[in-house]
Design a protein around this ligand. Structure first.
Ligand code: NCD
Length: 357
């Protein structure tokens, strides 16, 4: 049984099928589930701003009859006094039945899961992963198209920093006949560790810089926001922020049943005249997010409390050079090996710098 959802690697096709079929039943008969988590408590730890993910988790918990506690501003917690993530997690786990964590630091949820007696859900770790947005995306595609297979999916925008699309492409390995068109300027290309993994998994993809040229061939167009908060250079952000703007006019050349998806929030990359086009699926997508999160919480809130495996102190912080990685602030974290190879950080998946002697 899966006890955590830190990345899409924690999911199997069988697990997804069960989660989605339960989600369909929740959509059809919500009243049956309204007391299914009565007496359970879910902890919501948001170290970074959120509207949809935070609200949909809270709504999901309350629609199952569960209670919620937590924060959406870490300034109100002991993190602001310098408490380590490990200590905050140990304590929060002792009060709750499942923890949901969002952090600007990559690998924060992986680190949290090492210290938690209860299931941990990653609600976004920096520019790394966002697996519950992927559940939302899969549920939307399944609801709107009937099945998830044989689709040409265009992913457009900031593929470098957009954590939702990192998780989405990874999840699509579970489904047949999926091919991707990765549309971005060179500066915002999909990170090499994701492209490498797609290659290893035999996923079909090509890259393009033109949205207009590629729209006609797509079954799904997944737009993303240029992630201002992940840029080190404000001028570079300003230069790239309006690089793709989807308008109603551009949809004239698209397939009549193409879906336009977006994790939201948007920041000008889809004009509001697209909202009334029947192909616009992004607001429904946000609603399906609540139902699939209900299904996920139903899985996790009833799991037994289990002591985490002992962890030994390590030296990861000295090896990883990614300034956004959790190992840069939490030096006590043990060394973890990335599933992508021993030359990568087990928290953020970035390659360790070459040692110079
Ligand atoms: C996304 C996120 O936070 O990564 N939003 C979401 O969770 N629905 C996308 C974004 O912020 O652009």
């Amino acid at each position: 049984m899966t006890r955590k959802l830190v990345s899409v690697s924690d999911m199997s096709r069988q697990w997804w099928d069960k989660l989605y079929s339960q989600c369909c039943d929740i959509i059809a008969r919500p009243e049956v589930y309204s007391d299914s988590c009565r007496g359970k408590l879910f902890a919501s730890m948001f170290y970074e701003p959120s509207t949809r993910t935070n609200f949909s988790f809270q709504a999901a918990a309350q629609r199952l009859g569960a209670g919620v506690f937590g924060f959406s501003d870490p300034l109100g917690t002991s993190a602001s006094k310098g408490e380590t993530l490990a200590d905050t997690i140990r304590m929060t786990a002792s009060y709750s039945d499942t923890i949901v964590i969002r952090s600007p630091q990559e690998g924060a949820a992986t680190a949290a899961a090492l210290y938690s007696e209860v299931p941990v859900i990653n609600a976004g770790d920096g520019g790394h992963h966002h697996p519950t947005q992927t559940l939302t995306d899969l549920a939307t595609i399944a609801q709107k198209r009937g099945k998830i297979e044989h689709l040409r999916i265009g992913i457009c925008g900031d593929l470098k920093h957009g954590r939702t699309v990192h998780s989405l492409v990874d999840a699509m390995r579970m489904f047949e006949g999926i091919s991707f068109c990765l549309i971005s300027p060179k500066e915002l290309r999909m990170p090499e560790y994701i492209l490498e993994k797609m290659g290893t998994q035999g996923q079909q993809f090509d890259e393009s810089e033109s949205l207009a040229d590629r729209i006609p061939e797509l079954d799904i167009l997944y737009m993303t926001r240029v992630q201002r908060e992940r840029f080190h250079d404000a001028a570079e952000y300003r230069r790239l922020k309006d690089v793709y703007i989807l308008t109603k006019k551009m949809l004239e050349g698209a397939k009549p049943d193409m879906l336009v998806m977006h994790p939201l929030p948007r920041y000008g990359e889809i004009t509001t005249d697209v909202d009334t086009d029947p192909r616009a699926a992004y607001f429904e997508q946000a609603r399906y997010g609540m139902f699939i999160r209900m299904s996920l919480l139903l899985e996790f809130l009833h799991q037994p409390r289990l002591a985490p495996a002992p962890v030994s102190a390590g030296q990861t912080a000295k090896e990883c050079s990614n300034p956004a990685c959790i190992t840069q602030s939490d030096f006590y974290l043990p060394k973890l090996v990335s599933e992508l190879g021993a030359d990568r950080c087990g928290y953020c998946d970035k390659k360790f710098p070459k040692m110079t002697i």
